[in-house]
Design a protein. Sequence first.
Lengths: 82, 319
Amino acid sequence: MVKNITIFTTTTCAYCPMVKKYLGAKGLSYDEVNLDTNPERQQEALAISGALTVPVTVITKQDDTQEVVVGYNLAKLAPAVA
Amino acid sequence: MSETTDIPKHDVIIIGAGPAALSAAIYTTREDIDTLLFERAVPGGLAAVTDWVDNYPGFPEGIAGLELGTNLQKQAERFGAVIELGEVLKLHDEGKWKRLETTSGDMLAKAVLIATGSDYKKIGVPGEAEYYARGVHYCATCDGAFYRGKRLVVVGGGNSAIQEAMFLTRFASHIDLLVRSTIKASDVLQKDLQKFVDEGKVTVHLGVVTDEIVGEAGAVTKVVGTQDGKKIDFPTDGVFVFVGLKPNSEFLEGSGIELDHIHLIKTDENLQTNMPGVFVAGDIRSGATMQIASAAGEGATAALKIREYLEGHAHPIQN
């Protein structure tokens, strides 16, 4: 079970709305961190994902374990939020 | 011939959801032709990940690529187009029906429109794969924000390279633009680029072959190139690559559909392939001009030709 979801995005990223749309269609709520308006959190996104890219979706489970999905990758995102 | 009883059927399946695909869907759905689109990435295609589009008619001030893609999607969906997120893996001709193997299972269609477009090509040099998404990028609008106040190298000299290099100046302190021969971008873009060159934000290096992307401690530190036979180091924090397009036609291998020498799909004057009932529009078509406006036009044309095909006879083009 999913406890919470955070998505790191930028304003111009075309793949970010796709992740949000997918989660919305599943009825899942999420927190969004826009790195254009919160550039101080870029290092946090990098540390979590190991990648200089967005979207980065961080799924925290009920047992506080985390899964990180880099990019718009339904093959990884779908099971992570199931 | 496979058993088709329980397989989902559609009048038209469109592979892709870029400008050509969505334009076609607007036309087919407005005529109540049952239409399903398959998209493996983002609706709007490469246009949606382009910073700014200045040459699509109807937008005198230009339009953000993401906004254009979203608008096309909304317009197609308004008339009933359904976009399924997934990938078509194989296409088979079974006479009246075309069978598509997809990530959602098999599907049947009376007619198929292939509008899979292209992806950005890789350079194919050492370091490129190793530092992918950790210093080597192919999407400026996605990843540019990580380079605030840093140095960048952009590789390429076409429209995309110039457009995206200019976009990246909003983040980067300086950009070295490495162009293998001469700049091939449109005159308008070259004039726009000159402003950034004059301001010292972009330095253009012509005749540079990119040889290697080098890093230390997991981060890119420089690009090594060759100019006039001499090795040159370009110190940088990241590299954005825009060196042309790679057609998304791999899934047609073994299908019998004829491709040209660069793997674009051959069609006749009706935009139909050598497999009856399978049509092509946009950047994936052999002879395409690789423009968003012409992709949209080809999408509309293909939709009308598909209608004729479904009706089983030639039909005068109507409004």
